[in-house]
Design a protein around this ligand. Structure first.
Ligand code: NAD
Length: 476
């Protein structure tokens, strides 16, 4: 079912010129399931040459013709979703249901941007002199280098690829080395839909070697990265040094505030589902739970009840509701956060340990009374770890919510319109979701403030990141 993964350069699926490969491991079994072509300098040069040729064709392709190919790619993704989902589950660990949901949503993302392609309007500015026309024209930026991570192998890539293609850019995508197969299936759908050769290229290798070669390269005009804040700052600095436009989708440490007038049943159910989705390896996962004193016990009873129902197992088993962590590194990372939090006085209310010793399975973990001095309260845990603390006043909750340099997503539950309005004004995060989990849709802006990033990946804002403005003034 799982096949070896090749590079996609100039419209062809190719091995690395050196013949080098990287092993692909199933996190549920720790077994090797395939081999991945490992690009080096010569392959990257071939990708750049292909992208230059692809861009020359694609920039002249009408937005309507681009949209037609994109819509075809979306329908191929939908047709193939049942075949793509197990590939994603085997390489990444998430459940089949989550993998299929991610695949189907990718088709929606492609369609949304296909619809945006003919709407990249410029404008005409009234002139000061008779017979003068002042035109503002939007043009594709050029070749984009996109870097995407392993937690959502298709979704992190499809947002960059679709916006870039709709705008008329050519793309070199460095996909996730640990979860490459499903990302390659995304690229295959575009290739099979008739995308001209070189417009979308896919490479894998050593991430730092690829970014350090592509970002300064003259041919590359824009970069887009999703991953940790530390790496994002490094790449943004490199982009700045070489005057490249950059979009950065980085880490988060989302507060989830439960006020005393909240619907506790809904809050506990929705927050538990979204905390442990993809085993917590989600940049917008709720992490710092803040629960108002008077409803703390009631919330905890419901929340722990929902957590107890989570069934951890191989994502291919339809009865599993949470798969393993995606790679071996996450086990010591999560164990370290828990041990440190305990050392600082935090208490374990559920879970707390690895499950077995084969496969990277970890218990859904809930900790309480974790002080802000603990590492987990400051660094992104990126795993199945919920940290629950109490608060008494609105100001206290807002102060804690805004304490960190992260500002990606935040959540709140309350029945008070006054509190809803105040939250919207005072929370420092790119996305605020109140009384439901409603972020990351194709048509809504997705992005962070502060250390969580620069730019937007959904909604009407997203395509602008792949366009440049040209001013043309003409006298008749
Ligand atoms: P990591 O920081 O080494 O890598 C994170 C991602 O960045 C990976 O996809 C990796 O391939 C890429 N990367 C790393 N160095 C790079 C470079 N120099 N140039 C280009 N790409 C580079 O750590 P990891 O162990 O893979 O993941 C751990 C942390 O990364 C998590 O704790 C989380 O904070 C963050 N992360 C965030 C997201 C997200 O959706 N924002 C996704 C995956 C990982």
């Amino acid at each position: 079912m799982y096949q070896d993964v090749m590079l996609h350069i100039g419209g062809a699926w190719v091995a690395a010129q050196s013949g080098r490969t990287i092993d692909i491991i199933n996190p549920a079994t720790e077994e090797k399931i395939g081999a991945l072509a490992h690009a080096e300098r010569a392959d990257l040069d071939a990708a750049i040459e292909a992208a230059e040729a692809g861009f020359a064709v694609w920039r002249k392709t009408s937005p309507q013709a681009r949209a037609k190919i994109m819509r075809k790619a979306a329908s191929l993704i939908r047709e193939r979703a049942d075949a793509i989902a197990p590939i994603m589950t085997m390489e990444q660990g998430k459940t089949l249901a989550e993998a299929k949901g991610e695949t189907m949503l990718a088709a929606d993302v492609i369609e949304w941007f296909a619809e945006e392609a003919p709407r990249t309007y410029g404008r005409i500015i009234p002139a000061r002199g008779d017979g003068i026309y002042q035109l503002v024209v939007k043009e594709p930026l050029g070749i984009v280098a996109a870097f995407t991570p392993w937690n959502f192998p298709i979704n992190q890539a499809v947002r960059k690829v679709s916006a870039g293609l709709a705008a008329g850019c050519a793309i070199i995508l460095k996909g996730p080395e640990e979860t490459p197969g499903s990302c390659a299936e995304l690229v295959r759908a575009f290739a099979d839909a008739g995308l001209p050769p070189g417009v979308l290229n896919l490479v894998f290798g050593v991430p730092s070697e690829i970014s350090e070669y592509l970002i300064p390269h003259r041919a590359v005009r824009k970069i887009s990265f999703t991953g940790s804040t530390a790496v994002g700052k490094h790449l943004a600095a490199l982009a700045g040094k070489h005057m490249k436009r950059a979009t950065m989708e980085l880490g988060g440490h989302a507060p989830a505030i439960v006020f005393e007038d909240a619907d506790l049943d809904a809050a506990a159910k929705i927050l538990a589902a979204n905390k442990f989705r993809n085993a917590g390896q989600v940049c917008v996962a709720p992490t710092r739970f803040l629960v108002q004193d008077s409803v703390y016990d009631g919330f905890m009873e419901r929340f722990l009840g929902a957590v107890a129902k989570i069934k951890v197992g191989d994502g291919l088993d339809p009865s599993s509701t949470m798969g393993p962590l995606a790679n071996e590194r996450r086990i010591p990372a999560i164990e370290g956060f828990i041990a440190d939090a305990q050392k600082h006085g935090g208490k374990i209310a559920a879970g707390g340990a690895r499950i077995g010793n084969k496969g990277y399975f970890f218990q859904p973990t809930v900790m309480t009374d974790v002080p802000t001095s603990a590492r987990a309260m400051n660094e992104e845990p990126f795993g199945p770890l919920a940290l629950v603390n109490r608060f008494s006043t609105f100001d206290e909750a807002i102060t804690e919510a805004n304490r960190l340099d992260y500002g990606l997503a935040s959540y709140a539950y309350t029945r008070s319109t006054k509190t809803v309005t105040a939250l919207g004004h005072r929370i420092e995060s790119g996305m605020v979701s109140i009384n439901h989990h409603g972020i990351a849709l194709p048509e809504t802006p997705f992005g962070g403030m502060k250390d969580s990033g620069i730019g937007w990946e959904g909604g009407a804002e997203a395509i602008d990141a792949y366009l440049t403005t040209k001013f043309v003034t003409q006298a008749s």
